[in-house]
Design a protein around this ligand. Structure first.
Ligand code: KIV
Length: 263
């Protein structure tokens, strides 16, 4: 039986951190199950770490489906979350079609890169039976609008707007939030105001859970982002590195405030 959203909600209630890592194939999915990782994210980061692109924009629904099906075959315990690819949110009909295809391929939840304009779209997806994780902050599909991979929500107006968007997306039915590349204090504010579990990356140790890209954890990224940690450096095997990550998240020794977070 796979982990479900109810497990994540229980972990949040009990203040026990949720562990999440990306995976894109059956072998690594199996490895993540061995360390009891709660959520496997089949992220469109596969465009960068698997396909070698500079951004996630070239990733298509077919790519997502191919990798998600492999991960679903390789794992049986973790909850499976998958990214709606670039332009999958261009209108409600497309989001329902692409989100539905990801659910049929094994996703239990679809992650949508959001801003304030996504409230109605998220509501329609949820009403149609597609559980949604709303991703806010440094949403990589918007890299060219941001002018680079830049921390979001630093100015007071932008921070207040993001906090309001998080509330509205949750009210629209998002059952999980993911915060990426936001100042630690803003992330903590959003976590404390949210009923849904909030997973962070480059956000705050206060988040209900943490996620990293697997390749950053196992030392395969030549220039890893500052919020990541190479757990392979202190361990001798892939399995030990993943287990060390899970343990560090669960005992709250990762992320470290001011080291893996932004002011
Ligand atoms: O695509 C991805 O892997 C992600 C994580 C970095 C959160 O969105």
């Amino acid at each position: 039986m796979r982990t479900t959203i109810r497990t994540l909600e229980k972990l949040k209630r009990e203040r026990r951190p949720i562990t999440c890592l990306t995976a894109y194939d059956a072998g690594f999915a199996r490895l993540l199950d061995l360390s009891d990782i709660d959520v496997i994210l089949v992220g469109d980061s596969l465009g960068m770490v698997i396909q070698g692109h500079d951004t996630t924009l070239p990733v298509t629904l077919e790519h997502m489906r191919y990798h998600l099906e492999a991960v679903a075959r390789g794992s049986e315990r973790a909850m499976l979350m998958a990214d709606l690819p670039f332009l999958g949110d261009r209108d409600v009909a497309t989001a329902l079609e692409q989100g539905g295809a990801l659910m049929r391929a094994g996703a239990q939840m679809v992650k949508v890169e959001c801003n304030g304009g996504h409230v109605e779209l998220v509501h329609r997806m949820v009403m149609a039976g597609i559980p949604v994780c709303a991703h806010l902050g440094l949403t990589p599909q918007a890299v060219h609008r941001f002018g680079g991979y830049r921390v979001q929500g630093r100015e007071t107006g932008a921070a207040d707007r993001m906090q309001q968007e998080a509330l509205e997306l949750e009210q629209a039915g998002a059952q999980c939030l993911l915060l990426e590349g936001v100042p630690e204090a803003l992330a903590a504010r959003i976590v404390h105001g949210a009923r849904a579990p909030v997973i962070g990356i480059g956000a705050s140790p206060e988040c209900d859970g943490q996620v990293l890209v697997l390749q950053d954890v196992i030392g395969l990224t030549p220039s890893p982002p500052r919020f990541a940690r190479n757990f392979m450096a202190d361990t001798g095997s892939l399995q030990d590195a993943v287990a060390a990550y899970a343990e560090a998240v669960r005992n709250r020794s990762f992320p470290v405030s001011g080291v893996h977070t932004f002011g």
